[in-house]
Every structure is written in C-alpha cells, then in structure tokens.
Design a protein around this ligand. Structure first.
Ligand code: FPP
Length: 243
C-alpha cells in the first residue's frame, strides 16, 4: 500500500466504462452500472484505509438525462437501492455522504433518499464522500455566480470559489478517470485548475485497489508548482492547496 505522506487529501473520480464492461459480457448496460456500485464500495473502503480525506465521484451528469429512458430510470433505481443497502455500513465506517448537484430535477423519492443519507451520516469524520448526481461543472459555476449576483456580491475568484458546491472541502488534488478516455466531461471544471490528472484504461468495474495505488503513486511522482518555478517550489514550505 502507498505510504500516507504521498496520499492526496482529495481525490475525484470519473467512473467511466460501465457500459463497455457490460457489453463485453453480453449483459445490459445497467448490469455494468450495478457492478460499478460494487467497484465504488471497494474504492471508498480503500480510500479510507489509505488516509484520503475526501473522495468526490461523478455518478450522474447533467448530460446523462440524454441517455435512453430505461438507462436513466435504471440509474435512479440503482442509486435508491444502493442508499437503502449501503448507508448503514457507510455510517459504521465513518463515511460522511454529501450529494452535489441540482436537486430540483430529481423525483421526490430520490431527493428524499439523498437528504436522508446525508442526515444519517452527518456526524461521520473518517472520509467525506461527495457523490455528484445531476451535476455539471458549468452548472456549478453558473449556480454560484447567480447566487452571488442575487445578493449583489462582487464576483471575484475568491467569492466564486467560495460559492461552488465543493467549497467546504477545497479542490481535488488528483482527478482519476477510468475507461480510457482523456477528458473532463464537464466534471469540476473550476476546481480542476491545479489538479493532477490520471487516466486509467481500466473500465470502472475493473478499477481495484492496485489501480488506485498506481494512481496515487503517479500523483506522488508529480511536482505541483501552482504556477511557480521548480526552484520556488523547493524553497516553499507550504504550497497552497488551491489558489
Ligand atoms: C459512465 O460509464 C458511468 C456512469 C454514467 C454512471 C456511473 C455510476 C456508477 C459507477 C454507479 C454508481 C451509481 C450511483 C447511482 C451511486 P458509461 O455508462 O458511460 O460507460 P461506457 O463509456 O462504457 O458506455
């Protein structure tokens, strides 16, 4: 296992490849999403064991509504089922769940499930798990800017950053995308400004502890300069987590 001094505090993940995992097995796409939940459970546990403080995952994007209706409703069912089955264990494991994204587009059943899961785990402190659901990076920025405009707050990098959905936990140190594609797909656009990016060719249901350790080792090998030179970084005792 990777040593904790090299472990990023905040990891974000684009869990891509569920559909292809299922297609390779001649299964419906939804079977891939179900297996994706199993992979997520494994990775949440592994992150907690490695001392990661915050894990942010992209579960359903603003654009995923454009998928076939049965896949969309299947994903909603999987979420509702996963919450009713997994929240007690997450609670025991010290995982605090937060859902990030637009609630108003969700059914009452799903919205209530999210709120109940957040309440049930709100005193946990081992790992913060942010599940981005009905989320888009552009939505996040527009939503933050609109709220600032409504109160007449001047828009600056600081005020906008503080109004984003992830303001409470800061920006991700490492963003991992599985499934072989090399793009952000509207995930954490503002917050990714200085994140290290790691791309894995594994499909999300195949992404395991060893793959997580490989990503963390890759992160540990990077020099994070935040716009400075290498020489400046060497003499700087504290590099900003986000700027
Ligand atoms: C992308 O794979 C994955 C998603 C759109 C859904 C991610 C959901 C999970 C991992 C399950 C956890 C979900 C909840 C609701 C908690 P894809 O379908 O685009 O795969 P493909 O690129 O192979 O088609």
């Amino acid at each position: 296992m990777t040593s904790s001094k090299n472990v990023p505090h905040h990891i974000a993940m684009v869990m891509d490849g569920n559909g292809r995992w299922a297609a390779k097995r001649f299964l419906p796409r939804i079977a891939g999403h179900r297996q994706g939940v199993e992979s997520l459970k494994r990775i949440v546990r592994a992150c907690a064991q490695r001392g990661v403080g915050v894990l942010t995952v992209f579960a359903f994007s603003s654009e995923n509504w454009n998928r076939p209706a049965d896949e969309v409703s299947g994903l909603m069912d999987i979420l509702a089922m996963a919450l009713s089955r997994e929240v007690p264990q997450l609670k025991r494991d010290g995982v605090r769940l937060r859902f990030i994204g637009l609630r108003s587009g969700l059914s009452e059943r799903v919205a209530r499930g999210l709120a109940d899961a957040e309440t049930a785990t709100e005193s946990n402190t081992t790992l913060s798990l942010n599940v981005c659901f009905n989320y888009g990076g552009r939505w996040d920025i527009v939503d933050a800017a609109s709220r600032l405009a409504q109160t007449g707050t001047p828009i600056t990098e600081q005020s906008l950053g503080a109004a984003l959905s992830t303001a409470y936990c800061g920006d991700p140190d490492l963003i991992i995308r599985t499934g072989g594609e090399r793009r952000l797909s509207n995930f954490l656009l503002w917050q990714a400004a200085y994140s290290e990016l790691h791309f894995s060719d594994l499909l999300w249901p195949d992404f395991d502890e060893a793959a997580l350790d490989a990503a963390i080792d890759d992160f540990a090998s990077r020099e994070r300069r935040f716009g400075m030179t290498s020489a400046q970084v060497a003499t700087h005792s504290s590099i900003p987590a986000s700027i």
